[in-house]
Design a binder for this molecule. Structure first.
Ligand SMILES: Nc1ncnc2c1ncn2[C@@H]1O[C@H](COP(=O)(O)OP(=O)(O)OP(=O)(O)O)[C@@H](O)[C@H]1O
Ligand SMILES: Nc1nc2c(ncn2[C@@H]2O[C@H](COP(=O)(O)O)[C@@H](O)[C@H]2O)c(=O)[nH]1
Length: 205
């Protein structure tokens, strides 16, 4: 049967590359028709972050209970904190035919790939490692030690970019947004063509 489920779009990449910045810029555009899946984390809120908007902030016990109850599509322990994607929201929204957008780190994206191989996986890449370091440092939200940990993780994460469908360079936020929009649009066209061919094939039989 031809599926009319929404498309699952996963934006991933190393810490500090600009995933959050690009995602916010994308969602601020009036013509965008994507549903953002809010993650659960045990990390403490940064200044200005709001529970239920930026993340659902939980204790480690609450998070571990969600793992036990299979409430997460994927989860990862990243630099000392848990992060995960609530499965109910993703399933319900895709079922309604809407596109769901996840912004998650690399281990989690690879888990999602196993469950949703038909998803669209986009790796956001920095122009260079030195620019990545500069961005994490300039953000000023982590201690020296955490910046070091995140940069160490980034080197391993960059090696995983071949596992994605597309690599988008985040040189300039507006350009990265346009590239992502073009990829999503092309993927919809491709799926419609496949669905159309499938329908015609059924008509002939
Ligand atoms: N294209 C860009 N050019 C210059 N600076 C950028 C660009 N994109 C993002 N930044 C800056 O880089 C810093 C990190 O961006 P952001 O917090 O969005 O990264 P992230 O990938 O979401 O990080 P994390 O995974 O740690 O949450 C921010 O200070 C942001 O303003
Ligand atoms: N595997 C998952 N990773 C997630 C999720 N939500 C966010 N993230 C990623 O974690 C790191 C650190 O985030 P920060 O807000 O502490 O800077 C970053 O790469 C996020 O994209 C998730 O649900 N699952």
């Amino acid at each position: 049967m031809v599926s009319e489920r929404g498309l699952l779009i996963v934006l991933s990449g190393p810490s500090g590359v600009g995933k959050g910045t690009v995602r916010k810029a994308l969602f601020s555009q009036p013509d965008i028709n994507l549903q953002y899946s809010i993650s659960v984390t045990t990390r403490k809120p940064r200044e200005g972050e709001v529970d239920g908007v930026d993340y659902f902030f939980k204790t480690r016990e609450e998070f571990e209970q969600m793992i036990r109850e299979n409430k997460l599509l994927e989860w990862a322990e990243y630099v000392g904190n848990y992060y995960g994607t609530p499965i109910d929201y993703v399933e319900k929204t895709l079922q309604e035919g809407k596109d769901v957008f996840l912004e998650i780190e690399v281990q989690g994206a690879l888990q999602v790939r196993k469950v949703f191989p038909e998803g669209l996986f986009i790796f956001l890449a920095p122009p260079s490692l030195s620019e990545l370091r500069k961005r994490i440092e300039m953000r000023g939200t982590e201690s020296e030690e955490l910046i070091r940990d995140r940069l160490r993780a980034a080197r391993e994460e960059l090696e995983m970019m071949d596992a994605y469908d597309y690599v988008v360079e985040n040189d300039r936020v507006e350009l990265a947004c346009e590239r992502i929009k073009a990829i999503v649009m092309a993927e919809h066209c491709r799926r419609e063509r496949v669905a159309c061919r499938y329908k015609k094939m059924l008509e002939v039989e």
